[in-house]
Design a protein around this ligand. Structure first.
Ligand SMILES: [Zn+2]
Ligand SMILES: [Zn+2]
Length: 565
């Protein structure tokens, strides 16, 4: 065994000891020895206990630990500490610049137990205000997590979107043609992409090669036949393919659909004319109407297309308001008035649903009952001032472990609507998670089920849920399901939207904004909804102010008939 892994295990031991409140002189001795062992000019594994104990920086107690590692590959003490610490917290400790003191605040005070949650918290500005942190530390942490994610070669759609747009417009200029487009997963607007595929319908390979070579952010990786592979500074792979102008639309179809989509499509196409002027012509040759790129996954598009029942996909302009947002009353960074004015004056929408965290979410400054009432007074005053714009009184109520909501009925009945979400105790069996959610759905005060699986893309899989059962329960109780638009969440997944729609369940595209900037995420929610085949009529916040007021009223009538819970 070499010195490096031994040094690493000792360092981890000292960090975990500190994390669990061990005295600092003990942990320092081990940390110093770990550092020294990494630099010693001889192999510590070949030395006896006595020889090691005689080395000044090691000493007797660490020498025993070294021998234990050499003989067993680990230390009993380390294993015991590892068993007490969530694995995600151990992983957090590997982030550059995060020592045990800061990790302790993250874990115990902010309730964060893995890297995904930490990344989410950085994006919500939650770290900035914690003890010992500041904007700079938060940014450093966010960057190193992004770097870790990039190393996996997979990216959130939202993280490559800006780069992709700039790249395409640069290429369009160089290629001097309008026959240029993204293809593949990025064109299908998949939530996660492992690269960007681009098709150019012009013979400009050499021009593109020299453009890449002179570019600051791109590096040419490979050049093979008609395919160029390049890589961006942040690790995004770019594949550029060339074809003739005549072949362009055919290639566009063939390079956009998923394998499943293309297989089904080819079984339906009898003969495609050798030159086509649009993708529509290709689909026509298959006896089908045009299928939007984001639907070309081979999941449900053909069964709708053959009935001529493809939906008019929802777009941003269909939205009349936004529900589920936070303000400085809990963990948001913008005041209620700033949030409302932004919706009214910048987004030009008719209403804002404010849903700060409920009292159990202590790490997010959840509202006590008194603060709920104080917030309602502020909302009343703002509504008088901003009319006809309207702020709806909502709350994001934690779904407690037993499935109940976070306030007594006297308080629950004061809200216009309630988003019920799980924020704690994610370790549950599928049965437990499902019954916990269903109990919350059956609560007559629940209006919307928030981020139903708790997943954080690329970093936390979420609790296991029997989703059809949950959707059926929403259908039975008239509860709306959220499409959380935060690009890390996009939860409920688009693959379930059609099932919800078939059951008559409405969906709500909610940005879960924690500042005015956060409203921008609504675009990613719309992209997810389009992938799921959602039309405006399936979407709660596409209702205008009059319609949604009536909807909330009808839900309140439903509360009154079920007031014994
Ligand atoms: Zn939430
Ligand atoms: Zn929220």
């Amino acid at each position: 065994m070499e010195n490096k892994p031994i040094s690493r295990l000792l360092r981890l031991l000292s960090q975990l000891m500190e994390l669990q409140g061990e005295k600092s002189f003990k942990t320092k001795t081990i940390a110093n020895a770990a550092l020294a062992i990494g630099k010693l000019p001889f192999d510590v594994a070949t030395k006896s206990l006595e020889e090691l104990a005689a080395v000044k920086v090691i000493g007797k107690s660490v020498a025993a630990k070294v021998r234990e590692i050499v003989e067993t590959g680990t230390m009993k003490e380390l294993e015991a500490l590892l068993a007490e610490t969530p694995p995600g917290v151990v992983e957090i400790m590997s982030i550059k610049g995060l020592g045990p003191k800061k990790v302790l605040v993250i874990w115990k005070e902010l309730g964060i137990e893995n890297i995904g949650e930490l990344f989410y918290a950085c994006n919500e500005n939650r770290l900035m205000e914690a003890k010992g942190f500041g904007l700079k530390t938060q940014e450093d942490i966010r960057k190193s997590i992004e770097f870790k994610m990039a190393n996996s070669g997979r990216f959130l759609y939202a993280h490559v979107h800006g780069f992709a747009k700039g790249l395409l417009s640069g290429l369009r200029e160089i290629a001097g043609t309008e026959l240029i487009s993204f293809t593949g997963a990025f064109r299908r607007k998949a939530e996660i992409v492992d690269g960007l595929d681009i098709l150019i319908g012009a013979p400009v390979l050499e021009e593109v090669v020299s453009w890449i070579e002179s570019s600051e952010d791109l590096q040419l990786v490979e050049r093979k036949d008609d395919v160029l592979t390049a890589e961006s500074g942040s690790g995004v792979k770019v594949y550029i393919r060339f074809c003739t102008a005549e072949a362009y639309f055919k290639e566009l179809v063939l390079q956009t659909g998923s394998a499943e989509h293309l297989e089904e499509l080819s079984s339906r196409v009898k003969e495609v004319p050798s030159v086509i002027a649009s993708e529509e012509e290709y689909y026509r040759a298959a006896g089908l109407p045009f299928i939007e790129p984001e639907l070309r996954e081979g999941v449900f598009e053909f069964s709708l297309a053959e009935k001529n029942a493809l939906p008019q996909l929802i777009c941003y302009e269909d939205l009349k308001g936004t529900l589920h947002n936070h303000s400085t009353w809990s963990d948001g960074a913008s005041s209620l008035e700033e949030m409302a004015r932004f919706c009214r004056d910048e987004m030009k929408i008719e209403y804002l649903g404010i849903c700060d965290h409920s009292k159990s979410a202590f790490y997010a400054k959840g509202l006590s009952e008194e603060r709920v009432l104080a917030q309602h007074a502020e909302i009343d005053a703002l509504n008088a001032k901003l009319s006809p714009f309207k702020i709806f009184k909502g709350i994001e109520s934690d779904i407690l472990f037993d499935g109940s909501l976070d306030y007594p009925v006297e308080i629950l009945s004061q809200f216009d609507f309630i988003v019920a979400s799980i924020h704690s105790v994610f370790k549950m069996s599928e049965e437990k998670a499902t019954s916990r959610l269903i109990k919350a759905i059956e609560n007559p005060y629940t209006t919307i089920l928030g981020h139903p699986t708790g997943r954080l893309l690329l970093s936390r899989s979420g609790y296991p849920v029997d989703i059809p059962k949950v959707i059926d329960a929403c259908a039975a109780n008239g509860v709306v399901i959220e499409i959380n638009a935060n690009p890390l969440r996009l939860d409920i997944d688009w693959r379930w939207h059609q099932y919800a729609i078939e059951k008559g369940v409405m969906l709500s595209v909610n940005p879960d904004a924690h500042s005015v900037r956060g409203f921008n995420d609504i675009h990613y929610g719309i992209i997810a909804a389009r992938k799921g085949g959602v039309a405006a009529e399936n979407c709660l916040n596409a209702l205008n102010l009059t319609e949604i007021s009536a909807f909330f009223e009808s839900r309140r009538a439903h509360e009154n008939t079920h007031h014994t819970i």
